[in-house]
Design a protein around this ligand. Structure first.
Ligand code: ADP
Ligand code: 5SP
Length: 572
């Protein structure tokens, strides 16, 4: 390990708080994590990181658990003898859309933290609401309808804010909570996103929101670079706009630089240096695109609790079925994103229904065996019909369909003659079909963003490289099927940090934020220091002629299946 400065990246996502320490040359030297279920499951009664109120469609996390986790993850880094006094900068990535409600005492309490007590014991009175709505919350259909109507249509809302109204987007959540808990709203001095909340703890004062993460609220007018006045008015009521503005605070437009030094609490308790600076934090998906120098036409598929599909692009082409965000470091660039709620947990449910194999150590062995031994679309002979399915353990985001499982077949060559299969097919067939259907949905919705990667249009339009990140990227069968469906002319790669990509993106952001020279972009600085060898591994060939086209033939049928189900099974 070199003697130079170190940088710390956090990832506060659904199921864990991770911390990763890198050197200026981007080498990872320490990491630690808190797993919410393992470390705090019984204390906070959470499952998979969250609490659920099914009757209301609410999904939320206890803020106190996050406070305890911050102390615990830093203690774990110390236990590993990480020299925290050498950390010069901190940034991080946090689950998007969640909101934290600070009380009127928050600033005083944050500013006066004593190192001989835990954060959780000192910040009890710092919040006006004990819970943070989670991105899986789906209690806001009424508010979504109001947001979509406010500017005229979902497409118009997407044009202005980067997204049509979505249940989890913070503006709709704030509107619902203001109506449901008016006293709580009145007693709130500031509202943070999860990213600005974690940064606030480290700064010892409420931090501004970040220019990329703010696009996950349905409140930020991307082209005006400001809050949207009509959407603030819808959220706060006619007379409440200036009050809401002050609760939301200023938005920081620069993704780099320092927001201030680390608070004394962390200096005294964990031996951080007085020189350690807190850089702007961002959302976990924007941070993921910072985990490597992403070129045009490269795509990242993040297989965490959610499944997301990400691309970085200079072209702003919003649409109501996907999301555009400001790029977290580079003005004029955007992040394109698709997000699915039924990602890791839906795959786990299918995995658990498959009869167990003898290899008890690898919980995914049977799932993987069947996924790889089932042919594409389960076409065992030329007369077989292609199998398609939707496996929604939770109500989905796009398409906006309630929870349920649907199985369909169609003619393999043309996609014609789509029919629902009323009988169950074998549980062993589902592993391949669920991964295929998740990837088909991404292919369907990203097709406008991709072109032929070889320049002379010999190859069909597809991503150049596909990078897999998140917990599911450790799975070779998923990697293979994602490549079969989505292509990837240069192949499918996984990041060696596996599930830590967004924490790594956060750490790289801290390096850039504090070491950039005048005008130096993130891609310039990280591009010079990043070495492909040791950072990524090729895990699949990606585009396979003949296979990719088989999926192309049923893409229309897949869309038709969604539309048919949508007609009768829209979310309530
Ligand atoms: N070998 C594996 N195969 C498939 N999925 C896996 C594997 N290992 C972990 N996962 C999935 O990764 C998910 C957690 O991913 P992670 O990126 O750490 O989550 P988050 O950031 O949302 O908290 C788990 O829900 C699990 O389904
Ligand atoms: O809602 C979204 C993105 O819009 C999710 O991607 C969250 O940001 C949570 O991510 P993970 O916990 O799955 O990493």
């Amino acid at each position: 390990m070199s003697e130079g400065p170190l940088y710390l990246g956090f990832d506060l996502s659904t199921q864990q708080l991770k911390a990763i320490v890198v050197q200026s040359d981007l080498n990872v030297v320490y990491d630690a994590k808190v797993d919410f279920d393992q470390d705090f499951g019984s204390k906070y009664k959470i499952k998979k990181g969250v609490l659920v109120d099914d009757a209301e469609g609410e999904v939320f996390a206890p803020v106190a658990m996050w406070l305890e986790s911050l102390d615990l993850v830093l203690q774990r880094l110390q236990d590993k003898k990480a020299p925290l006094n050498r950390i010069r900068g901190i940034s991080g990535s946090c689950q998007q859309h969640g909101s934290v409600y600070w009380s009127r005492q928050a600033e005083t309490l944050l500013g006066g933290l004593k190192s001989d007590k835990a954060l959780v014991d000192q910040l009890k009175e710092a919040f006006s609401h004990p819970h943070a709505p989670n991105w899986q919350d789906h209690s806001t259909q009424r508010e979504c309808d109001q947001f979509d109507a406010e500017l005229g249509s979902p497409d118009r809302l997407a044009e202005v804010t980067g997204s049509a109204a979505h249940h989890r987007f913070t503006g709709t959540q704030i509107l619902r909570l203001r109506k449901k808990l008016p006293d709580m709203y009145a007693n709130t001095s500031r509202i943070s996103l999860v990213s600005s909340f974690l940064a606030s703890l480290l700064l010892g004062t409420v931090a501004p929101m970040d220019i990329s993460d703010v696009c996950g609220m349905n409140l930020w007018d991307i082209s005006q670079n400001n809050w949207s006045e009509p959407l603030l008015e819808l959220t706060a009521g006619k007379d409440g706009v200036s009050e809401l503005r002050s609760k939301l605070g200023e938005v920081r437009h620069d993704g780099g630089g320092s927001m201030g030094g680390i608070s004394n609490y962390f200096i005294s308790k964990y031996n951080f240096s007085r020189d350690c600076q807190v850089a702007p934090f961002t959302g976990d998906n924007p941070a993921t695109i910072l985990a490597l120098p992403l070129r045009p036409l490269d795509a990242i598929v993040s297989l965490g609790t959610s499944t997301t599909f990400l691309m970085s692009t200079p072209v702003y082409k919003p649409d109501s079925s996907y999301h555009f965000f400001n790029h977290p470091t580079t003005p004029g660039q955007y992040m394109f994103m698709l997000c699915y709620k039924n990602g890791g947990l839906a795959r786990e449910k299918v995995r658990d229904a498959v009869p167990k194999s003898s290899n008890a150590d690898d919980t995914w062995a049977a799932f993987n065996h069947h996924a790889l031994n089932t042919p594409p679309l389960d076409l065992k002979s030329s007369t077989d019909r292609a199998k398609l399915g939707l496996y929604f353990d939770k109500p989905e985001i796009v398409p906006n369909i309630r929870a349920g499982t649907w199985r369909y077949t169609c003619d393999a060559a043309t996609g014609a003659n789509l029919q629902e299969e009323t009988g169950q097919w074998e549980a062993e067939t589902d592993p391949r079909i669920i991964v295929e259907s998740q990837a088909l949905s991404m292919r369907l919705r990203s097709q406008r963003l991709v072109t032929s990667p070889d320049g002379n249009n010999k190859l069909p339009a597809q991503p150049r490289r596909i990078y897999l990140v998140g917990g599911g990227s450790l799975n070779p069968a998923i990697a293979r099927i994602v490549g079969d469906v989505l292509g990837g002319a240069d192949g499918v790669y996984k990041l060696d940090v596996g599930g830590n990509a967004c924490a790594l993106g956060g750490a790289y952001k801290a390096v850039w934020a504090l070491e950039r020279s005048e005008g130096e972009t993130f891609d310039e600085l990280i591009g010079k220091r990043w070495k492909e060898e040791g950072a990524i591994q090729k895990v699949g060939d990606g585009y396979l002629e003949g296979v990719f086209e088989k999926y192309g033939a049923v893409l229309g049928a897949f869309e038709e299946m969604e539309n048919r189900i949508l007609k009768v099974a829209k979310n309530q």
